[in-house]
Ligand binder design. Sequence first.
Ligand SMILES: Cc1cc2nc3c(=O)[nH]c(=O)nc-3n(C[C@H](O)[C@H](O)[C@H](O)COP(=O)(O)O)c2cc1C
Length: 175
Amino acid sequence: MSKDTLKDLKARRSIRSYKADQITNEELDAILEAGTYAASGMGEQSAVLAAVQDKAVIAQLEKLNADVLKDPSAKPFYGAPTVINVLVDKKGVTPKEDGVLAIGNLLNAAAALGVGSCWINRAKEVFDTDEGKALIRKWGLKGDYEGIAHVILGYAAGDVPTAAPRKAGNVVKVK
Ligand SMILES: Cc1cc2nc3c(=O)[nH]c(=O)nc-3n(C[C@H](O)[C@H](O)[C@H](O)COP(=O)(O)O)c2cc1C
């Protein structure tokens, strides 16, 4: 791990305000590729990364997510122009862990490239709906999938927030 990697890991922050401009294809591909290189139980690579840049589909997913919040006026994707839906095949050995680790890679790769990102929850409920399941089929995915999270991506509008102080006592060293 290079010193730059360590800096990038600390610099990543959740972004909740986005410019309308789309990220480049090169940025999206590099972020997705980093996601596919996450460790996975038994090397199964069970996480599937479904990247959506179609505005109508993003709006559909955002509405499904707001429905879970029971708040029709909520905008849980904050105007981000790209949404990576992280899905895992329920039949995997450690599907949830694989999905979560892939998300970590996506978020950190985005930060390394200067692309804003945020983990958006409630993907499980979104992709458990008939409409969510229909989208998965439409995307050509055939397994029995569970949604782990939506990773939103785009260029931050405004300053990147500073990190909260790290909790004391969360690191223990036994020598
Ligand atoms: C499991 C999980 C669920 C999260 N869900 C949401 C969410 O639905 N919406 C949101 O804006 N941020 C969400 N976040 C982002 C956290 O709020 C954020 O990571 C936390 O406030 C710390 O800020 P940082 O990411 O800038 O360090 C989630 C993060 C995690 C790990």
